[in-house]
Ligand binder design. Sequence first.
Ligand SMILES: Nc1ncnc2c1ncn2[C@@H]1O[C@H](COP(=O)(O)OP(=O)(O)O)[C@@H](O)[C@H]1O
Ligand SMILES: [Mg+2]
Length: 310
Amino acid sequence: MKELEDLKGVGPATAQKLREAGYENVEIIATSSPYEIAENTGLPIELCKSIVEQAKEEIKIDVVSGYELYKTRQNIGKITTGSQKLNELLGGGVETQSIVEFYGKFSSGKSQVGFQLSVNVQLPKDKGGLEGKVVFIDTESTFRPDRIAEMAKSKGLDPDEVLKNIFVIKPQNSEEQILAVEKLEYMLKDENIKLIVVDSLTSHFRADFIGRGSLSDRQQKLNRHIHNLQRYAEKYNLAVYFTNQVMENPGMMFGDSTIPIGGNVLAHAATYRVYVRKGKDEKRIARLVDSPNLPEREVVFRITSAGVTD
Ligand SMILES: Nc1ncnc2c1ncn2[C@@H]1O[C@H](COP(=O)(O)OP(=O)(O)O)[C@@H](O)[C@H]1O
Ligand SMILES: [Mg+2]
């Protein structure tokens, strides 16, 4: 979607007037009346008519037949997590055309699951993979190639080949993260990418917007970011796995007061939202939260030197 400044006749000053009056993006303008915009911004009516026309041109409505949707759904692939129990929790594994979120405290195993999926997606289909490649967005500098190599070996794969098929991006802040994902599109198809890992989705957003008092700005950017990922998942038939940090919910006096970062924007972004926590030794407990079509329940899996297992 274009920016306001891309509309003919809209310079920085006009764009500012529009934004201040609440016309923040091209969609809003496309659905507003030019007279209303003129009244609320003081801009000339002819200009308002022109930008509404242009904005309408920009909005594309995709129409697909039910048959096409049916065909697309049939192409859904599943990536094994390495644990049957965890696969079951997710309806059979991590699906393409969907988004899986793991949130939990530090050291709960979120990154390990991301590494394991990055290996497993490369497996042949009869072994639970999709013979595809990976984009790994590492925002916390916790990507560990040696750990991936260890997991690859235990699956009988050549570690060098596995690592060559993982494209790692290390954005330094939330802006770079957003842009990295936007600029990724050209390689998604060419490289047969079947998995995008974002580990973690929220840490830069959390850090960049602290104390700025601009929570809505943050939520808007996060929203745009997650929408891009959703679009890729569907358009390129790939899976998106992202991790999320947690914070303490001060309003909750009893039980587990841990809640994920990201508020409303992330509350419904993932197709599967999983809360993971540490059990005894290698054990991890994964709980499916808020799934539209599966019951809320818990399973136990393990993280061993070989990777994620039952
Ligand atoms: N090579 C390994 N062998 C066994 N367990 C490992 C290995 N590497 C990491 N782990 C386990 O994974 C944990 C770290 O999980 P991680 O995915 O980094 O947590 P998170 O991303 O949730 O902060 C470690 O505490 C350890 O229990
Ligand atoms: Mg991690």
